[in-house]
Design a protein around this ligand. Sequence first.
Ligand code: ATP
Ligand code: MG
Length: 265
Amino acid sequence: MTGAPLLTIRDLSVIWPGTERPAVAGVSLDLRQGERLALIGESGSGKSTLARAIAGLLPPRTRLRGGLHWAGDTPRLGRDIGYVFQDPGGSLDPLLSIGAQLVETLRAHLPLDRAAARDRAQALLTQVRLPDPAAALAAYPHQFSGGQRQRIAIALAIAADPKLLIADEATSALDMLVQAEITALLRELSETRGMTLLFITHDIALAGGLADRIAVMRDAHLVEAGAARQVIDAPTEAYTRQLLAAHMDLNGPRLVGPAPEAVSA
Ligand SMILES: Nc1ncnc2c1ncn2[C@@H]1O[C@H](COP(=O)(O)OP(=O)(O)OP(=O)(O)O)[C@@H](O)[C@H]1O
Ligand SMILES: [Mg+2]
């Protein structure tokens, strides 16, 4: 179940510096506390721009119209909003040990001494199911696989116990099995922490397995938003049906169950 409104977006438009066409045009969308919303749509449709607007991650000369209304104080990135990028390089410093990065992030946001921060860092690595968390604290990003680095990036993003976690194509660069594992982890973290999740993906099936609601963007506009099952089973927009059809073409009969056994008379 999801709770009170966390963020109300009304008629939001975003124009990047040096461009004329809005990358996000007239988008209205609500995010509730504890809900999991998947944002889908083709490349260039404005998903990342919308996510960056929510996180306050747009460059200074960006033109913003319309409103982002938060319940309570304006959230701070890193404290109230966690952000996981497609490339864990966007979150991890190659020159610092995992422990140093986690301790630094924790102490920037929470009143912890070094020892308490280190204990909490190890607990976070356990929560994201990194193998051997104690040893991982002393290791460096290059010593981990892509999926493990993304787990560490998630630990960093949730370190300060944010209300909202934004995962922008956080699993897209990973193979299908690891992608499914990380998606399940994000779902579990959102459930156990009551943390709102904004999950951006190209993969409508992945969205359906994770989200309470699905919002569909096309060409800077939000074209459809509704309960996940409803958007997948009975999409109102032709564009959403195209996305579903494209998924079926790429993935064959995966969504309709295993192929039947050969029958002999
Ligand atoms: N830093 C930038 N400066 C100028 N324009 C940008 C910038 N980033 C994105 N855009 C433009 O904004 C529009 C939307 O891009 P955005 O990255 O939000 O799409 P997206 O849906 O996240 O695509 P993808 O699935 O490929 O990540 C595009 O036309 C893009 O060229
Ligand atoms: Mg993007």
